[in-house]
Design a protein around this ligand. Structure first.
Ligand SMILES: [Zn+2]
Length: 102
């Protein structure tokens, strides 16, 4: 493999951009994946949130995983929104709350 081909491969896969960002103190794949769940739950500090966002914008591998996890969470959320509580459960909860208040 000559250097031209290698440079092309690094650029096309985003690895070159990631290396540059790492040198500038930005997150690598490990740093990003470690924080992905908290990123999805919006539990990171604004600085960490930004770092993960930048990495996801340039790293195909992490972005793919992020899309998968995001899609999974959205699916679960959509399914939960369509589940109705049985009427007897609602009555039981209301009675329990009244019992606590009395
Ligand atoms: Zn990555």
């Amino acid at each position: 493999m000559n250097s031209g081909t290698l440079a092309q491969e690094l650029c096309s896969s985003g690895k070159f951009a990631i290396k540059i960002l790492m040198l500038l103190g930005f997150y690598d794949c490990h740093d990003t994946l470690e924080r992905l769940d908290d990123y999805l739950d919006r539990e990171l500090s604004p600085g960490e949130q930004r770092q993960v966002k930048i990495h996801l914008a340039i790293c195909f591998k992490c972005a793919k995983l992020h899309r998968f996890e995001r899609g999974f969470i959205d699916d679960v959320r959509a399914k939960l929104e369509h589940v109705e509580a049985p009427p007897e459960l609602i009555v039981n909860i209301r009675q329990s709350l009244q019992a606590i208040e009395e």
